[in-house]
Ligand binder design. Structure first.
Ligand SMILES: Nc1nc2c(c(=O)[nH]1)N[C@@H](CN(C=O)c1ccc(C(=O)N[C@@H](CCC(=O)O)C(=O)O)cc1)CN2
Length: 296
């Protein structure tokens, strides 16, 4: 039995895209055309699918976009040269480097090479630093897309986290760490536990959490019998596992579908945080263009 109400990321992202379409046309009337660049290294099917989705979204809202798809044999220096080109390209008002990068590439050095004013992912150290220092008033600088998407998804469903105990499972730089910072801001005022592979008794944390954000990338690790009844559960992690019936790869989230019978709200996967991640990327691109149109 499914009791949980659905945090519908697909429908919410569609509404955000409608709002952005109007903002983009207002910018275009003022002679400003927002343009997204994507840098994709290698041939990971998941990354290719996400990047393709980002370009489809751009076309939908009127943002121009360019792709730089590169072989996984590229060197650090060659990749940095591509970023230097994008930093200098006036038509690219914002860009992202799709993660993960191959192991021989120094990811932190790459993120640092992005012009912070063109950082559409909010992952440049300057922009992450603003998040840590809590100095990015709304729209001053980009926020990382997935954490921002999670907050926006909850806000637009009128789900308040004030005073709630949130368990974030996963301490990665694109989700867990920045999400902990966002949720502990005074405007949200949640209490956050960041669980990770070194966490001793995850089951104990799970059983006590009012809100669970699962971003570990371990299929169905969050089970109904472990979750506090009435908890709010967001499924962010994704794995590609072979479907035994068809033999084809299938997307599987971190949350067992049976959790829907005990949770009060559930953000499914697919259809939850993924589309919101893409909507927040578009938001970052539009806001950067609006800042530059305002001369900031
Ligand atoms: N540079 C970045 N790299 C990565 C990020 C990021 O924010 N910036 N996050 C993730 C992947 N990601 C964005 O790039 C992403 C994940 C999921 C989706 C999405 O729309 N998922 C759909 C299903 C899509 C499908 O069927 O393939 C859904 O959940 O409904 C978009 C973007 C890691 N890398």
């Amino acid at each position: 039995m499914n009791n949980a109400r659905i945090l519908d990321g697909k429908a919410t992202a569609a509404r955000i895209k409608e709002e952005l379409t109007e903002r983009v046309s207002a910018l275009r009337e003022r002679g400003v055309t927002p343009g997204l660049g994507t840098v994709l290294v290698g041939d990971d099917p998941g990354s290719h699918s996400y990047v393709a989705g980002k370009h489809r979204d751009c076309a939908q809202v009127g943002i121009t976009s360019v792709r730089r798809d590169l072989p996984d044999t590229i060197t650090q220096e060659e990749l940095e040269a591509v970023l230097d080109e994008l930093n200098a390209d006036a038509a690219t008002t914002g860009y992202i480097v799709q993660l993960p990068l191959p192991a021989h590439i120094d990811t932190n050095a790459i993120l640092e090479r992005i012009d912070p004013a063109k950082d559409a992912d909010g992952l440049h150290p300057t922009n992450l630093g603003k998040l840590v220092l809590n100095v990015n008033a709304p729209m001053d600088s980009p926020l990382p897309c997935t954490p921002h998407g999670i907050v926006e998804l909850l806000l637009r469903h009128d789900v308040e986290l004030k005073g709630l105990d949130v368990l974030v499972v996963g301490r990665g730089v694109t989700v867990g760490r920045p999400l902990g910072l966002l949720l502990t801001r005074k405007q949200i005022n949640a209490t956050v536990t960041l669980a990770h592979t070194g966490t001793v008794d995850l089951a104990d944390h799970l059983g006590r959490a009012d809100v669970v954000v699962a971003a570990a990338g371990i299929p169905h690790m969050i089970r109904a019998d472990r979750v506090k009844p009435g908890a709010i559960v967001l499924d962010v992690g994704v794995s590609r596992v072979e479907d035994p019936e068809t033999g084809r790869a299938k997307l599987t989230g971190d949350v067992d579908p049976a959790v829907a019978s005990v949770a009060s709200w559930l953000s499914p996967n697919p259809g939850g945080v993924g589309p919101m991640t893409r909507a927040m990327l578009l938001t970052n691109v539009v806001e950067a263009a609006e800042r530059s149109a305002a001369g900031n």
